[in-house]
Design a protein around this ligand. Structure first.
Ligand SMILES: Nc1ncnc2c1ncn2[C@@H]1O[C@H](COP(=O)(O)OP(=O)(O)OP(=O)(O)O)[C@@H](O)[C@H]1O
Length: 670
């Protein structure tokens, strides 16, 4: 054995030192060895003992994923029954690589513990080196790390097979690992275990998906008509009009663009089923009515064929299938018969930025769908504006929109503000008591801004309100029923907050039916649209409807990085309008930091005059400000319309339209 160990160390050292991104066709393990040495600073000659977290720390890791742990445990027990006799044991880790659950043979517990195959063991690659769990979490794909494929010589007797586990929104949750202290030397001996691990990881993920979407219809699609009821690769959670509100890993892989396994659910969520499958939504409800008889029908996506099965929302099955209340037909596929104008409040939020247009399309499809929405975006990127537009676009538009900023209400007041209180609850309180903000939003929209800052004990109370649709004011003994529609928002990455134990996982899943991500202003391609819209609004507000922006000012505004996002832009324009009065806003009227950005940027070629003389001087002189701006941008980009469009934040078609309007002709066509 000592000889084997030193041989292993030499081998790892030679491969790991040579390997690296430039080394080309390395195996997954050689890449990992090189990562261990170069990035994690590990040394194969210095073995690190198993690191087992103390129970308080372990508890914190477990608490972050309690609901999931229950589901995963059932799958682990079933798998363990099948592999225990072969000498395998099972670990469940979180995304950090910490073992949050374990099943092994009690008779070998001391050996398992010494090898780190135990509760609380940290299998993160940065500490444990190349291993089943740690490397699987980095690669996000199922792997077997067999004996000498481990980095650390203390692990070279082990064989470890791990599969990643993803949350319903596509985020990595952790890994399922099946390991043995001893095994045959041939790597092929683990092939069957790899297949079983993948299968149980999918079973666990799917059970978690069903738990998450228990209140919705779930469509299963499988390759086998006989098995689709019990096992199917694809699962889609649906609203009654066919809107997709959730997609499992199989659905993302099979139905998402380009088979992107790691993509989040944004590609499918918000689409209508009929946009994804060559099947009308009516077929889903026909399937629900006729039950298994419909299974003979085949549904297709591109060239692939599936058999469908439908899981009704929990609670609808209480009286057996005959008690299921089925929608007679899709509630409302489009806006037909809707009195709202097609150009609703959501349409005014953005110009031609592709990410914003996708978001608006998704938001429109999800409005009035009984799906809780979570808006994520940097401070000032327009989360509240989006929430108000969603409310304005919904059938609840005439009902109250109640915005609560969880970060700005003092912690001592937030409970009474949200839940209200009865008369006499507080000395100094209002004599009639107070209706809380949650009750005030009844039938309208409750916007919980900066939800990530809500204290943990109030998260528990809020969860109860959401689950039971009733609120219990402080001092009251009778709850008040409320019809709640919640939109939550945060600039923090809430999933990260869940992982860090600052935010309840169950509340996160309850609030984040779908996550809408607002891009920061610096990434938006419709800056010019926003500049013009906000400038008009600010000028109107100050009674200066005729105010104008000079091309230099617009160019500077387009160049600035906008760390404060749309809020900073609005403030800059308000400042500039106030300063310029009736005269056009010039560079000097802009706030210092915007002017500063302009000074540090390279001078535009067209303004430097080098090419101006030969290129349409007469036309340039007669052009309006907008035309001059366009001409300058085109010159700066050597008449490349795509680049000019990008700089101006408008699409190519608009550039061509505006060129035509201003009579601007590229030099090669003169
Ligand atoms: N699409 C938009 N159209 C017009 N104005 C916008 C838009 N988005 C944001 N704004 C303006 O930017 C400012 C900030 O918007 P908002 O309060 O919605 O941002 P936020 O992301 O909720 O900020 P915070 O994180 O601080 O709560 C507001 O003055 C708002 O009017």
């Amino acid at each position: 054995m000592p000889n084997l160990v030193s041989q292993h160390i030499d081998h790892v050292l030679s491969v790991g030192m040579l390997g690296g991104p430039a080394a080309g066709a390395e195996t997954l393990f050689q890449k990992s060895w090189s990562r261990c040495m170069k990035q994690h600073g590990l040394d194969p000659a210095r073995p690190s003992p198993a690191r087992i977290l103390p129970s308080t720390q372990l508890r914190e890791h477990q608490q972050r994923m309690e609901g999931f742990l229950r589901v995963a445990r059932a799958g682990m027990e079933e798998m363990y029954r099948r592999v225990a006799d072969l000498g395998y044991m099972l670990l469940l880790t979180d995304a950090d690589g910490v073992t949050v659950d374990y099943i092994g043979n009690p008779a070998t517990e001391p050996l398992l513990k010494a090898a780190g195959l135990y509760l609380g063991a940290d299998w993160n690659e940065a500490h444990a080196g190349t291993c089943g769990v740690g490397t699987c979490l980095i690669e996000q794909t199922p792997i077997t790390c067999h004996q000498t494929e481990h980095f650390d010589a203390t692990h070279i007797a082990l064989t470890c097979t791990s599969a990643p586990l993803f949350a319903p929104d596509g985020q990595l949750l952790g890994a399922l690992d099946v390991s043995a202290l001893r095994s045959p030397e041939a790597r092929e001996s683990q092939h069957l275990i790899l297949q079983m691990t993948k299968m149980y990881a999918q079973t666990i993920e799917d059970a978690n998906f069903v738990r998450h979407f228990a209140r919705h219809w779930i469509l299963r699609l499988g390759k086998s008509a006989g098995l689709v009821d019990v096992s199917s690769e694809v699962m889609l959670a649906l609203e009654e009009d066919g809107t997709i509100i959730g997609a499992n890993t199989g659905a993302r892989r099979r139905l998402g663009h380009g088979g992107a396994l790691r993509a989040t659910d944004s590609q499918l969520v918000g689409l209508n089923l009929s946009e994804v499958l060559d099947t009308p939504v009516d077929a889903v409800w026909a399937l629900a009515r006729s039950g298994a008889g419909e299974l003979r029908s085949v549904w297709s996506h591109q060239q692939e064929h599936f058999y469908p099965a439908l899981v009704p929302p929990r609670g609808r099955t209480a009286g057996g299938p005959e008690a299921i209340v089925l929608p007679q037909r899709p509630r409302r596929p489009a806006r037909a018969g809707d009195t709202r104008p097609i150009d609703g409040p959501l349409d005014g939020l953005a110009g031609s930025d592709p990410a914003m247009q996708r978001l608006i399309g998704q938001a429109k499809r999800l409005v009035d769908r009984n799906v809780n929405l979570l808006i994520q975006g940097e401070t000032g990127s327009g989360k509240e504006v989006l929430a108000r537009a969603l409310h304005g676009h919904s059938q609840r538009a005439a009902k109250p929109f109640v915005a609560v900023n969880c970060a700005s209400i003092p912690e001592s007041l937030i409970e009474s503000e949200l839940f209200g209180y009865t008369p006499g609850t507080f000395t100094g309180g209002r004599s009639k008591g107070m209706k809380g903000l949650i009750a005030q939003s009844d039938e309208g929209t409750l916007f919980l801004d900066e939800i990530g800052d809500m204290p943990l004990h109030l998260q528990t109370r809020l969860l109860r309100v959401l689950a039971e649709s009733e609120v219990l004011p402080l001092g009251a003994d009778q709850p008040i029923p409320v019809k709640l529609n919640v939109i939550a928002a945060s600039h923090r990455d809430l999933r990260r907050s869940v992982e860090q134990g600052h935010f309840r996982e169950d509340l996160f899943f309850r609030l984040a039916g779908t996550t809408l991500r607002l891009p920061p202003l610096r990434e938006r391609e419709d800056k010019l649209f926003l500049i013009e819209t906000l400038f008009d609004e600010e000028a109107r507000a100050q009674g200066l409807e005729a105010a104008e922006l000079s091309p230099e000012a617009v160019a500077a505004l387009l160049r600035h990085r906008w760390p404060g996002n749309v809020r900073e832009l609005r403030n800059a324009l308000r400042f500039a309008v106030a300063l310029s009065g009736d005269a056009p806003v010039t560079l000097d009227d802009l706030p210092g930091e915007v002017r500063e950005a302009d000074r540090t940027a390279p001078p535009p070629i067209a303004l430097a005059g080098a090419t101006a003389a030969s290129e349409q001087p007469a036309e340039a002189a007669g052009l309006s400000d907008g035309g001059q701006l366009l001409l300058q941008a085109l010159r700066r980009h050597k008449w490349c319309v795509t680049s000019a469009a990008q700089e101006l934040g408008i699409c190519r078609a608009t550039v061509y339209r505006q060129m035509k309007r201003h009579g601007i002709t590229p030099p090669n066509l003169l």
